[in-house]
Design a protein around this ligand. Sequence first.
Ligand code: HEC
Ligand code: HEC
Length: 465
Amino acid sequence: MVGKKKHILWNAVTLVCVTAFCACNEEEILSAPLPADALTSAGTATVYNIGKSAYDTPAPWVTGDLLRRFYAGDLLYDRNRGTEGGKGPLYAGSSCGSCHSNAGRTLPSMYTADSGSGTIGFSSQLVYITKQNGSFFRNYGRVLHDQVIKGEKAEGKLRAWFTEESRSFADGEKYSLQTPHYEIAEWYADSIAAEDLIIDVHIPLRHVGMGQIMALDHDELRRLAAQSNYPEYGISGRLSLIAERNRSYVGTGGNKAHHADLTVELGFSSDLGVTNDRYPLEVSEGQSQNIGYSHYGIQITTREMEDVDLYMSCLGVPARRNVNNPAVKRGEENFFRAQCHLCHTPTLHTRQEAPVLLNGTRLPWIAGQTIHPYSDFLLHDMGKGLDNHVRTGSAFSYEWRTTPLWGAGLQQTVNSHTRFLHDGRARNFLEAIMWHDGEGAVSRELFGRMTKQERDDLIAFLNSL
Ligand code: HEC
Ligand code: HEC
């Protein structure tokens, strides 16, 4: 309760000082104590594991039959599926866990190889291909599958390379930003001319708080969208509404907030080539190399997929660390001074009613919780640099969902890298911030004008999330 009041106070403080940024009443901000529940990132789902499995630990209330199903789902998620598991004929990864190792973000091969000469082929990422007019290529579909079972031909290979630009802060500290570039070689069928093609590459998202994200109080998000209008900072967030199966859904999942569920059926079908009740045809169905191939029958049951849904939904959310460290405390204040919280909202709530999984299982434990995701789950214009030139769901090409930052400080421990942003172009937190543009430009400027010490402190705060 105390925590909630404090955040309202912080918001009030920011509103008072809207006309001149940084003329904020710093004393008032500085004296704002830590929310009483700062450590409990996701209420009763908070876990205190700070090791490699920090993202991959069941919430404390996962016991008995629920725990048995959690581990069954975990196994299906991580199992390297051979053809006997229904994988292929075309696929983008051999298991969910191959891309989301330890329920996090596996580092794609294009970031491990020498980037100077460029890499060919890819692992642990999704490569979306679209026509300039936004539609799909008949022979390829939306996702490029560069892996195949024996006897098949990959749809194509991605080549990635980077250009680098050095910059410096006003105080002289240097940094540089890398822009990725892509082309596709070795098309299996008709070559697609580069000028007809948009290539959009995404690295996996952390699963931290997936259950809570799906259970968010949509009325609170609607209110936030209505309030999220700070003309003095150029910020106005937008709720993602997606029309699917004759209904309108609030999208909170995915980098474009284009998913209203955990996309288990889509993941098995499109990423692994595993047919299921919702997607009964192989992803290669209709491709010229597979005419008459049709499908092998349903390769995973809805009950099994619900175990995977349950596994992701029941993952615990890591508690914050080092919250009393002076640098972390100063960094938190700087986070507010740079207006990061206007999009990376510290506190939200889950709905009162229990979320329902794919096959009807209810999870009452996730309902009615106060959570600290550090996201508003709204879409924001992030400027030209991050524009991917494709419209996804209701999101324009330059719009992205604010990435929840809970657990982000543990990514190095869990996945051994600090690649950030939707395509992983940022090599660390500092670069991720400096890519913010459009509605994020004021935050970037405010951060850029801080002293090195202040920037370091802000990053120490991000590492405590
Ligand atoms: C080839 C790599 C790859 C494989 C295999 C893969 N994923 Fe993903 N996954 C991704 C990427 C990339 C994203 C981010 C997509 C975006 O930008 O929204 C993602 C996003 C997600 C999300 C949304 C996360 C969020 O925060 O909203 C869920 C849930 C998910 N995947 C589950 C699965 C499941 C379940 C499987 C296995 C059936 C799977 N994934 C297999 C790469 C993969
Ligand atoms: C206008 C809204 C907005 C503001 C203000 C904002 N962000 Fe973001 N932030 C976003 C969006 C949207 C993304 C996702 C962009 C992408 O992936 O291309 C993002 C991504 C990030 C990421 C990468 C996370 C990850 O796991 O990949 C970090 C770190 C981050 N923001 C930190 C900050 C900090 C620190 C500030 C203040 C200095 C800030 N942001 C201000 C909207 C915002």
